[in-house]
Design a protein. Sequence first.
Length: 399
Amino acid sequence: MPRDRTPTHAPVDQWRSFAHDLGEAGAAVHERADPDRTPDEQEQVTTALLWTLLAAVTALPSRNPDFPEFTPILNPSMRPVAANVDTTYLGAGIRGGGTYRITGRRGTVRIVHLQVIAGTLGSDRPIRVLADINLDQCHIDDDGWVDILLSPDRPEGHVGDWFPVDASFEDGFVTLRQISYNWLTEVDAALAIERIDRSPAAAHTPGAVLRSLPRIAEYVGKEPMRFMDVQDDQLRRLAPNELMEVGQRLPGAMAGQAYMHGLIRIEPDQAWIADWEPPADSPYWGVQLLDYFYNTLDVVRTQASLNGSQAAPDSDGRIRIVVAGSDAGVRNWLDTSKLDRVQIRMRFYAADQPRITTTVVPLDRLGEHLPADIAMVTPAERRESLRARAIGLQLRRRW
């Protein structure tokens, strides 16, 4: 007699419920976002939902705070919520009462930064940053190795790097940011995290994945909503084509980093110019374009971002970037991909925000508003630059 292959009811029902809840979560985001967006901009909402879902599914292994591991949150391939394209973001779940050890190689990227956070992404409650840790402020041995302890209290006799966590929170996470200037040559850090205050036990928990499905659907619905609130607040205070500092209102913003933001609305025959003196002592600055739903534009295939290593200063030492839908041959060009409206995000680490002037000019008179010796590129040089971007981003850890 053939064996009955009908699936058991519980897993099938859980999957159907997950698919239903996921659809409802995405629909709720669209219902809130769509009225003020064009059809193309509504597709940006769907893109953000897909990336948010991908990050949530990828993070499944890190959800167990007794057996954490760093898994991707944001990177140049998953680009919602103004993800910095020079940065790969990874996260690992922790519990406030636990003791955790982070070990591994520092690598050669410009900045490696850890953030200890109370709260859960996607929750209605605001997250709370407990610690900002620049690995260069920790001990790095001759082999490039770091060894960091996180716990409510410093263990007796411990003399190495230790940072306190709040024992009162149940759900939290550690975010790992790796910020690169030269994508082709710099090497990412390789860090592991483990909980060390419990006896080893079997990591496999039957049914754990199924129990996580409702949390994934909840995250996909709530995280875009959270950042719609952030974006709506910024857009209410922004005059088009101008910039303002927004770091004080960004959830999970890096300590010591200035964040500038703007909404750019220009016609196809116009260009937007920003001009500033780069901070002399800042180890990192970067600028990138976003769509109207806070997704970073495709920096693999277009020049939609520049950092302090990629941009060319003018002979007076100032940085001038040109934002436009057409390539006028200026090296410091940012490509809008011909979108009707884009947002711009600037980051300046370990430095005060510079004074930035902005102006909108006719594209066919761009040269009248730029230095005569501004760096230019040929079409062949632009193609080679784009090729280097695509290779460099693939060399970084994204998955």
